[in-house]
Unconditional design. Sequence first.
Length: 271
Amino acid sequence: MRKTILITGASSGIGKATATYFHQQDWNVVATMRTPDQEHDLTALANVLVTRLDVQEADTIHRAVAAGLARFGRIDVLVNNAGYGAIGLLEATPLEKIRRQFDVNVFGLIATTKALLPHFRANRSGIIINISSIGGQMSFPLAALYHGTKFAVEGLSEALSFEMAAIGVRVKLVEPGAIKTDFLGRSMDFSNDESLVEYQAFVGKVMAGFGQLLAGGADPLVVAEAIYQAATDSTDQLRYTAGDDAKVLVAHRKAVDNPTFLQGIKQQFGL
């Protein structure tokens, strides 16, 4: 029987690549996004349901889950992909932006997961795949909020895996490195205040470093393939690293002590 996957944030980047890839592997796909009326590629595909889901609006989450179940009868895999990066100076970031970063990247992920749990529990099966980042294993300058959310996703996913095992559900983390998405565009919320002159040389160096770091990013297909492996390998493996750079950085983080690793980050950004 054809399996069904529900993906949040499927309008572009990793989410859209994942929806397309699973369709190619003969899965049913519930591709969710905030503005489904603007999506044309996925709507043209058979066995793909494009529907609205905003992780900040609980009613849209429940309607999307209901629509997926009505269309396909069952959901086997949830991919919590929706998210963005709040980058910039903490001192220059309004509290409402700070709250929104955690609301989307953490609380929205939790809300969507909770909406699927009764279905998974009734079936005594299911897979929850949370899209984290190597930024959940290490941190870069100017990204305290983004890393705070990804470290949170790592911790809650690891802890959740124990209770999910009691109902036959597995939890997976996919940790991409630099990926060719719009992370420095639509998916980034940058905060700075040029009147805070003491920070500005630092901000300039870091943003230049980010540009270089992401310029060599891998295709989102690399992440889609890692998500597919997590969804189909029938193991209890928790973490899947996506991208050659991610594998190198995670291995380096484990191999050296904290002072050495942090000094390397400073050197990378010219700090």
